[in-house]
Design a protein around this ligand. Structure first.
Ligand code: AMP
Ligand code: ZN
Length: 133
């Protein structure tokens, strides 16, 4: 009886995960189900132009695997996160903003202003960015 209950709970969790990944807009971009302007791609990371750019350079750096936000970053995916960080200066150089400077932002949760619940780093540059205050 208990094993049945555990099985159903595991199945429910799995189904919820599958639904999130199916519906996630950035997972759809990774699967090529909706179009994007890809700037860089490898087996773990995708970089594409933000659809509503807030600066002359505004790209989004995402893991191909679904991670909802910074709240899901932990020791198990720290390597991937470190790898994503290593991609960012390459993209900045590719976009010609490595020397002029740029900003990397990740919004987390409602008060952090996160709209898309698939971890992403905004890479912004190409103009003087205002202070955060
Ligand atoms: P955030 O508020 O940090 O969740 O930012 C989400 C970002 O995703 C925003 O800057 C949007 O302009 C961007 N965005 C949403 N949908 C798309 C899309 N289909 N292609 C590219 N960028 C998108
Ligand atoms: Zn996703």
């Amino acid at each position: 009886m208990l094993s049945h209950l555990i099985f159903i709970m595991l199945l429910t969790t799995k189904l919820r995960e599958v639904t999130i990944i199916n519906d996630c807009i950035f997972c759809k971009i990774v699967r090529n189900e909706i179009p994007s302007t890809i700037v860089y791609e490898d087996d773990r990371v995708l970089v594409f132009e933000d659809i509503n750019p807030r600066a002359p350079v505004h790209v989004l750096v995402i893991p191909k695997d679904h991670i909802a936000s910074m709240n899901e970053v932990n020791a198990a995916n720290a390597d991937l996160l470190g790898y994503m960080m290593s991609v960012i200066p390459q993209i900045a150089a590719q976009k010609g903003i490595a020397e002029s400077g740029y900003r990397v932002i990740t919004n987390t949760g409602a008060e952090g202003g996160q709209i898309v619940h698939h971890l992403h780093f905004h890479l912004l540059g190409g103009r003087q960015l205002k202070g955060l205050g």
